[in-house]
Write a protein that binds this ligand. Sequence first.
Ligand code: GDP
Length: 442
Amino acid sequence: MFENLSNNLAKAIKTLKGQGKITEINVAATVKEIRRALIQADVNYKVAKQITDDIKTNALGKDVLAAVSPGQLFTKVVSDELTKLMGSEKASINLNGKPAIILMAGLQGSGKTTFSAKLANYLKRQNKSVLLVACDIYRPAAAEQLHVLGQQIDVEVFSKVDHKDAIQIAQEGIEYAKNTHKQVVIIDTAGRQTVDVGMMQEIKKLQDTVKPAETLFVVDAMVGQDAVTTAQGFYEQLHFDGIVLTKLDGDTRGGAALSIRAVVSKPIKFIGTGEKLTDLDLFYPDRMAQRILGMGDVVSLVERAEQIYDEQEAKKLSQKLRKNQFNLDDFYSQIQQLKKMGNLKDLVSMIPGMSKIADNAGNIGEENFKAFETIIFSMTPQERAQPSLLDPNRRARVAKGSGMPIQEVNRLLKQFETMCQLMKQTQKGGIQHMMKLARKFR
Ligand code: GDP
């Protein structure tokens, strides 16, 4: 995420780092570089000009304290300005109403259906009962897609096959939610390829009828400047309360995240960072700014880990560790927990100082997990329960059975041992330990 922008900003700020003082001359050159980096990242020109002018004014007005270098101070100024640009405060969603109704709007393919399920999953984890309502009457597969996603997260989906009136479906869905005591109703609507009159009229009518507590505009960040233009086009005709930026994990240049708020004056509330249903983050402007500047975002990492982390499971594990009963089956379930936390590369890049090696970590992580799983599956239940049984003969058999080189089998067992030792030192479960480490960076 934002790799090029981060690198270019770092390069720009580096030119200042060697300087003893922030002066009109050295700031001018740095600011010019920053503006170039922003425009390259697809930030709207006017927005880029405004923010760099503000950065310059603020940086020049600051006294360089003995404790910080001009580069550090400047980084802080840039971080503050980027934060301001993205809206300063975290925006929450409005869940008023019995049930609270959330309406999705956006173009086809923007990620509405996926986000509807992600949001349902997120709310369910906060112990809210949720109903998903499929109102995309034009794409026959849309309701089916929502049903499949609903099943994955165990959230009920309301739809009506061959029914062509979105408003009626929504009304019946809400009625059903009331009868079944749901607290939140999420309405997934039809999108079009471009902002067209028919679509706007339909969604407006839907909004007037169901009176949602929250209308969220979902937009694909990968389309760069177009995301901002589409948001503007929508907002001229439909009131919405917040923006959801999806596909920020893709090869995006980041401009949409930076300029959409300044152009539309509506906050970004959530970001989508992958295709999995847990790949959803609340949008914190300050953390995003720090992430763009390579300052890391450990807080998001911890929150995501906390959402997935199972306390009961961790207790069981720590008991097993104390009794020296931690085995390869447990190791396997730890890997599953790590996988649930989403894209490894993303996770690693949230840790300060790690963004540079995130590329490697991403590649190693995903592939290793798969290799480890294959190897573990080639062991007998007895071997999994008692890894010390795995002598060279058995290791060779496992390697052959899994189609992996013997070195991979040895590497897995070495990793397993290291993990046991690490966890024993802390007397806690693996992920819990990782979260503790992460908290230290906060
Ligand atoms: P809709 O037409 O607006 O309902 O869009 P969908 O929810 O069907 O999403 C379109 C495609 O984008 C699907 O293949 C999704 O898996 C994918 N998608 C949605 N959100 C994300 C995201 O945050 N990251 C990535 N990489 N893909 C996403």
